[in-house]
Design a protein around this ligand. Structure first.
Ligand SMILES: [Zn+2]
Length: 179
């Protein structure tokens, strides 16, 4: 799978698993196993977790809520979902073992939902800090990213994918008009 990680934020990399958003979109998370694969590829899990169909549906719902919020839409239902998910963050617990005290994490709803909770938390941080979320300037892309460039003028999701293509097109157009 051609995962891309150009969002500059974990929650935007998640949003970008629906590719080609300039049109109706191309779903990359078509199957629970692909979400399991993405969680590892994105560095959220060390091994593939078993993902249920319900968790996949929830993940996609959360992803679209994050997308709308990141683009400045503030639907009450989206705010509610992001907050509900963030509340599932694992909590640290102290356990006393024979070889000493240990810090363990308690998952309220399992490891997959715990990761979704982290993504929801990242989205809260992004939206609440008014992070500059942009959509790639290529009209055949739609990838979202946070513009952390010093002059706030980042245009492309990735120079390699969209920036160079645009440059080549501009160059070709210039040559054509000069002949
Ligand atoms: Zn792009």
């Amino acid at each position: 799978m051609d995962w891309i990680f150009d969002g500059g934020r974990r929650c935007l990399d998640f949003v970008n698993t629906l590719r080609d958003r300039y049109t109706s979109g191309r779903e990359q998370l078509t199957d629970p196993a692909l979400l399991a694969e993405w969680l590892v590829a994105a560095g959220h899990a060390e091994r593939r977790h078993r993902v249920t169909a319900e968790e996949l549906a929830l993940a996609r719902e959360l992803r679209e809520a994050i997308d709308r919020l990141a683009r400045g839409e503030t639907k009450a239902a989206d705010v509610r979902l992001v907050n509900q998910m963030a509340a599932e963050l694992p909590v640290p617990q102290l356990q006393i073992h024979a070889d000493g005290p240990q810090r363990v994490l308690r998952f309220s709803q399992g490891p997959v939902r715990a990761i979704l909770a982290e993504l929801a938390t990242d989205a809260i941080d992004l939206v609440a800090s008014n992070g500059l979320v942009r959509i790639c300037a290529s009209d055949t892309c739609g990838v979202r990213f946070v513009d952390a460039s010093p002059k706030h003028n980042r245009q492309w999701c990735s120079m390699a994918r969209c920036g160079n293509r645009a440059k080549a097109r501009a160059h070709y157009a210039r040559r054509k008009s000069s002949t």
